[in-house]
Design a protein around this ligand. Sequence first.
Ligand SMILES: CC(C)(COP(=O)(O)OP(=O)(O)OC[C@H]1O[C@@H](n2cnc3c(N)ncnc32)[C@H](O)[C@@H]1OP(=O)(O)O)[C@@H](O)C(=O)NCCC(=O)NCCS
Length: 171
Amino acid sequence: MEARTAEQSKTTLTDLVLPSETNPLNNLFGGELLARMDRAASIAARRHSRRIVVTASVNHVAFNKAVPLGSVVTVEAKVSRAFKSSMEIFIDVWVEDRESGERSKANEAIYTFVAVDETGTPVRIPALEPETELEKERYEAALRRKQLSLVLAGKMKPADATELKALFTKS
Ligand SMILES: CC(C)(COP(=O)(O)OP(=O)(O)OC[C@H]1O[C@@H](n2cnc3c(N)ncnc32)[C@H](O)[C@@H]1OP(=O)(O)O)[C@@H](O)C(=O)NCCC(=O)NCCS
C-alpha cells in the first residue's frame, strides 16, 4: 500500500455559530464543537484510508477560547499518523474576525479513528508520510499518545507502553 501525505487527508469545514448551538453565555456549546470536529476528522480518516471509519477514541480536547454566537468557525482536520488500522487525527479550530478577516486559533483536539470492513473488523491502511515540520512533530508524538489512550482504555499494560514511559525517564 502506497503511503499518503497528511495534506491528502486535509478536511476543512467552515460554518456559523447559530443561536440553537450556544450555551447560556451565548458561546458555542462544547458538544456542538465536538460533533463538528468528529465529522471533519471522520472525513479526513476516510480520505486517508478510503475505507469505512469509526471513532475509537477522543484523546484530547482543549476548549481554550469561547466561540461567540455569530462567529465563523473553521474546523481543519488532518491525519497525523497511521498505524495498522488506526489513525490519529489532529484537529485545529479557527475563528474569523469579522472586520479584519484574520483567523485566530480557538481550540484543538486529537481523535483516533479505525478503518473497518463491512462487518466492523479492523483493516490495514496505508502509512502516513509527514512533510512539514509541524506534521513531523505531530507524527513523532502520536505513538506516545496512542499508548496513553490504550493504557487509559485498559487495552495496554503500562509496563508495555515503552515510548510513553521514555517520556518520563528522560533526563
Ligand atoms: C474501534 C474498534 C473498531 C476497535 O476494535 P477492537 O476490537 O478494539 O480492535 P483492535 O483491538 O484490533 O484495535 C484496532 C485498532 O484500534 C486501536 N484502538 C482501539 N482502541 C483504541 C483506543 N481507545 N485508543 C487508541 N487506539 C485504539 C488499536 O490500537 C488498533 O490499532 P492498530 O491496528 O493501528 O494497531 C471497536 O472498538 C469499535 O467498533 N468501537 C465502536 C466504534 C463506534 O461505534 N464509534 C462511534 C461511537 S458513537
